[in-house]
Write a protein that binds this ligand. Structure first.
Ligand SMILES: *Cc1c(COP(=O)(O)O)cnc(C)c1O
Length: 390
């Protein structure tokens, strides 16, 4: 394939952008000074190192806020979406516990939401898990029926990380508003890929992370609405007054700078990127369908992330297929925890039958995916599927 001789192990084609994304070189460039000469602690008030770091953090806060249609003082920096989800859900429930003791969520949330909600259920909080349909769409009617004056929080994601299905957050936000509850949305996959505005989408709390939008791992944020209504949170860690008392600990300045730059690039380039990535995704789907006529698509073909394609190849186990194409970095829709095969909780909730779930493959395209990579990946998957079926 290549005429560069000593290249025995070429980099696989990366099609797992739902798991993490490569750092954009422009993001890295923005971060580097904050590892080198501008290494100060953003809480140091007595010298220029601290002031420079604080200025950079406040600029990033503005960049994150702008992408969401929020105000910069509504942004709390965290270590990532897992921490943001924990802080949002535990913090909101703790703040309202005396009057509201009910959470509504969906069965297709990320474990960072599901496990957090489970921990509260074990502590006596009432939990309603909404049904989803076969395309992975959360039921708005069920949410309306479940919400009442005791509901503290609805927590439903913007878009799912396995099947890419986007959720009716605006409708859910209106339901929350009508009964005085708050809508938390794990926006990790939707941020920077779908137009999102916390005001028009009626979102009161939103979690995001840098590493899913071509920023660094270990930096994230939580949007906490300050007006109409003012959302209160009880801090979930202690030991410092950073982030207005909501998140103690020295700020990850280089990471935050990277998150800010990643958000700014998304804001400026999202429309163009969405068009390009979704057309590459459609091309991948068309090619695979031509080569594998009985291929099944999972998720909602009309409402999903631009870079997401989740398919099942009947009769071909996803683990076998992935092993047959080490040249491509893809993943199974079905989660595989510690070597133990178990059906994806997302597919299970959608009522997908186990054999279809066991043959599901998730392709996640991103900013750096090329046409050539898509053509090569499609050829490799088709060849492997034919081989395995023989
Ligand atoms: C990746 C992901 C998370 C976890 O984010 P981290 O920053 O890695 O903690 C949470 N929710 C969704 C939907 C994700 O895709």
């Amino acid at each position: 394939m290549s005429d560069r001789a000593p290249c025995p192990d070429p980099m696989p084609i990366y099609l797992d952008n739902h798991a993490t994304t490569p750092v954009d070189p422009r993001v890295l460039d923005a971060m580097l000074p904050y590892f080198r000469e501008k290494f100060g602690n953003a809480s140091s008030r007595s010298h220029v190192f601290g002031w420079d770091a604080e200025k950079a953090v406040e600029r990033a806060r503005e960049q994150v806020a702008q992408l969401l249609g929020a105000e910069s003082r509504e942004i709390v920096f965290t270590s990532g979406a897992t921490e943001s989800n924990n802080l949002a859900i535990r913090g909101a429930v703790a703040a309202r516990r005396d009057v509201r003791d009910h959470i509504i969520t969906s069965p297709i949330e990320h474990p960072a939401v599901l496990d957090t909600v489970e921990s509260l259920r074990a502590a006596g909080v009432r939990v309603t898990v909404l049904p989803v349909d076969s395309l992975g769409r959360v039921s708005v009617d069920a949410a309306r029926a479940a919400a009442d004056e005791k509901t503290a929080l609805l927590s439903v994601m913007v878009a799912n990380n396995e099947i890419g299905t986007t959720q009716p957050v605006r409708e859910l936000g209106a339901i929350a508003e009508a009964c005085g509850a708050w809508l938390h949305s794990d926006a990790t996959q939707g941020v920077g890929r779908l137009p999102l505005n916390v005001i028009t989408d009626t979102i009161h709390l939103a979690s995001l992370t840098a590493h899913k939008i071509h920023g660094p791992q270990g930096a994230g944020a939580l949007y906490v609405r300050r007006r109409n209504p003012a959302v209160r949170l009880v801090a979930q860690n202690f030991g410092g007054s950073q982030e207005r008392g909501m998140r103690a600990g020295t700020l990850n300045v280089p990471g935050i700078v990277g998150l800010g730059m990643a958000c700014e690039l998304c804001r400026l380039e999202m429309d163009e990127e969405t068009a390009r990535v979704s057309s590459l995704r459609d091309r991948l789907r068309d090619r695979l369908q031509d080569g594998i006529p009985d291929l099944l698509e999972n998720g909602d073909p009309d409402g999903r992330l631009p870079g997401n394609l989740n398919i099942s190849i009947p009769g071909v186990e996803n683990t076998a297929l992935m092993m047959a194409v080490p040249e491509i970095a893809i993943s199974s829709g079905a989660a595989c925890a510690s070597g133990q095969l178990s059906m994806s909780h997302v597919m299970a909730a959608m009522g997908v039958n186990p054999s279809r779930a066991g043959s599901s493959l998730r392709f996640g395209l991103g900013r750096f995916t090329t046409e050539t990579e898509i053509a090569t990946a499609a050829d490799l998957v088709i060849a492997a599927a034919r081989q395995l079926r023989r």
